[in-house]
Design a protein around this ligand. Structure first.
Ligand code: PAF
Length: 266
């Protein structure tokens, strides 16, 4: 695609089930690229055996209409064989992928890292766009591009939220109406902790604030996988907040697992 276009090729990698978060990335990309490619591939290697690969929402017609409405030139929707047929290579990113999502979803980031590298190369992208809702994914991709000396620029965009604060995600479609009405508590709690952490001066205070945030969610029957303060680049836990650090959360509401984060700015 790069050779054919003779210009700047932008890639927005997605698994489909597009929403406004994806469209925001595409609109940003449209301004900067000559050829804009959106990949649509539900990547089997990033799903664990008991995860939702089979039921992940798929509607290529709707996705294609949405993508062209914001000026995408090419919808790249390969099948599994086209992406992986006969392959025995995978990309393993140590360190940044070890904790949080990486610990709870073994193999997830190996799948993400491998497919991201493949998509970059298959498309011949000069620049790729990712949403910061998946903060650890962004850190992993940044690490890959650095460590493998890849000649691609990366752009990371703020999380796009519903009017009540819920981070947009294709998986929000799984929420029952009752759980949907409770889900905004995640961002409300992150925002509360964000304010409190700005005043925190000691590791004890930080831990208390994070513990209080987790408790707010647990009291409302969220099953919290983690609620932590991390360095946004290394994903290592922090006990004294600094600018650019993020509070990250993963919590299950019924059968739906939601993740979100907020970045500290002083
Ligand atoms: O964020 C996603 O939708 C996926 O993890 C990605 C980057 C498209 C890789 O499959």
């Amino acid at each position: 695609m790069r050779a054919a276009s003779q210009g700047r090729v932008g890639l927005v990698p997605t698994m489909g089930a597009l929403h406004d978060g994806h469209l925001t990335l595409m609109r940003e990309a449209r301004k900067e690229c000559d050829l804009l490619v959106c990949s649509l591939f539900v990547n089997p290697t990033q799903f664990g055996p008991n995860e939702d690969f089979g039921k992940y929402p798929r509607d290529e017609t709707r996705d294609s209409e949405m993508a062209s409405s914001v000026g995408v030139d090419v919808l790249f929707a390969p099948n599994v064989d086209e992406v992986y047929g006969g392959n025995t290579t995978s990309v393993l990113v140590k360190g940044v992928s070890d904790l949080w999502e990486g610990a709870l979803r073994p193999g997830h980031f190996d799948g993400v890292a491998t497919v991201v590298c493949k998509l970059f190369n298959m498309v011949g992208a000069n620049v790729a766009y990712f949403g910061l809702k998946d903060l650890q994914q962004c850190a992993v991709v940044r690490r890959i591009v650095h460590d493998l000396n890849m000649r691609i620029e990366l752009r990371f965009s703020d999380t796009v939220r519903e009017s009540d604060g819920l981070a947009m995600s294709s998986r929000n479609a799984y929420l029952s109406s009752e759980d949907r009405s409770r889900a905004p508590l995640i961002y409300q709690t992150l925002s509360k902790c964000f304010d409190a952490l700005r005043q925190a001066k000691s590791p004890q205070e930080t831990l208390q604030i994070l513990h209080a945030g987790k408790t707010i969610l647990e009291d409302e029957e969220f099953a919290v996988d983690y609620f932590a303060l991390v360095d946004s680049n290394t994903m290592e836990p922090k006990d004294i907040p600094g600018t650019g650090d993020s509070i990250i959360v993963a919590a299950r509401l019924g059968k739906t697992r939601l993740i979100d984060n907020i970045q500290l700015v002083y």
